[in-house]
Design a protein around this ligand. Structure first.
Ligand SMILES: [Zn+2]
Length: 349
């Protein structure tokens, strides 16, 4: 069974990989899934180009991919909520069900969590996988496999919006118009924000952001002063919420500038090194700062919003590849074409 394998940094191959033997056994509460669509994530690309992310280093060949949808083809003896033929999407992180973090409801920060395509755990750019029923979600009929494979990145935005505790009519700022910045902007609007300013250096990305909703305003970070713009539009008050989704140390150092007194900053973008930010500016605003790590408890909410139309992710899916072309797909993704948001790979059915 062929899989997309990251042999080592900058070395990908589509080849037979003996993972199915390890996974042949289906636990009583597991389901076997035939994969349909897998999104290419920035983290997959980063492992490809750098061979590591922070402390996670690719030391052995690893299958990439963690944003996935598919069809249930077999169920364990105690599975009750799913059946053969169900269309599903999967939450890629599996915590220890008995850990303290899981019992507290914070399973995403369980140190023992096993997350797809994070070494040494394999991803799912392969024909089938086995996954716990608990982290497998049935799709509403009107949600496509492509949209369902967007639930994983969308979950980050929805979790961030949840942490921000948005109130209807809030003004938000999102730093960074990459896929995560855009799903965060959509989540902020779905959460009740009146307006979302999205800031980025790339003109094309701002165009895409603005095309998603007339409540989204693009701000060109190299040319316009974001804090000034937000203050001008809010009678000098500032934004209620700022989401840092750029991962840029420079952008992250300025998070309090556009923020209103009593506002909230949510740090989303990963930073490879420690960064500094202005604690004095935070203090005079009594700013609340939240950090998120992936997400918890939001997949069903994401599916409900995709189904009702509260969130539309379809404009974010800009390119599709066949599985047999997946090495090429990663080469293109690594070149970061400015007009692309999310590229997806479709597996043969
Ligand atoms: Zn992802």
């Amino acid at each position: 069974m062929d899989a997309l394998v990251l042999e080592k940094k900058l070395d990908l191959s589509l080849r037979d990989f003996p993972i199915e033997r390890e996974e042949e056994k289906l636990g009583p509460r597991d389901v076997r899934i035939k994969l349909h669509t897998v999104g290419i994530c920035g983290s997959d690309v980063h492992y490809y180009t750098h061979g590591k992310i922070g402390p996670f280093v690719v030391r052995e060949p690893m299958i990439l991919g963690h944003e996935a949808s598919g069809t249930v083809i077999e169920v364990g003896s105690e599975v009750s909520a799913l059946k053969e033929g169900d269309r599903v999407c999967m939450e890629p992180g599996i915590p220890d069900p008995n850990s303290r973090a899981t019992r507290l409801g914070k399973y995403n920060v369980d140190p023992a969590v096993r997350f797809w395509a994070t070494p040494p755990v394999h991803g799912i750019l392969r024909p089938t996988c086995v996954h716990p029923e608990t982290f497998t979600f049935k799709l509403p009929d009107n949600v496509s496999f492509a949209e369902a494979a967007m639930v994983e990145p969308l979950a980050v935005g929805v979790h961030a919006a949840t942490k921000a505790r948005i109130k209807p009519g809030d003004i938000a700022v999102v730093l960074g118009a990459g896929p995560i910045g855009l799903v965060t902007a959509l989540s902020a609007l779905a959460g009740g924000c009146a307006r979302v300013y999205v800031s980025d250096l790339a003109e094309k990305k701002l165009e895409i952001a603005e095309s998603l909703s007339r409540a989204i305003i693009g701000v060109q970070a190299g040319r316009d002063d974001l804090a000034e713009r937000v203050k001008r539009d809010t009678d000098g008050w500032g934004a209620d919420i700022l989401f840092e989704a750029s991962g840029s140390p420079k952008a992250a150092s300025t998070v309090f500038e556009p923020l209103a007194p009593g506002g909230c900053v949510v740090m989303i973008g990963g930073q490879s090194d420690p960064i500094s930010y202005d604690t004095g500016a935070a203090m005079i605003r009594e700013a609340r700062v939240e950090n998120i790590f992936r997400y918890a408890h939001v997949f069903p909410r994401c599916l409900a919003m995709l189904s009702s139309g509260a969130i539309d992710v379809q404009p974010l899916i800009t390119r599709k590849f066949e599985f047999k072309d997946s090495v090429h797909a990663f080469e293109i993704a690594a070149s970061a074409p400015p007009a692309d948001v999310k590229m997806q790979i479709e597996l043969p059915q």
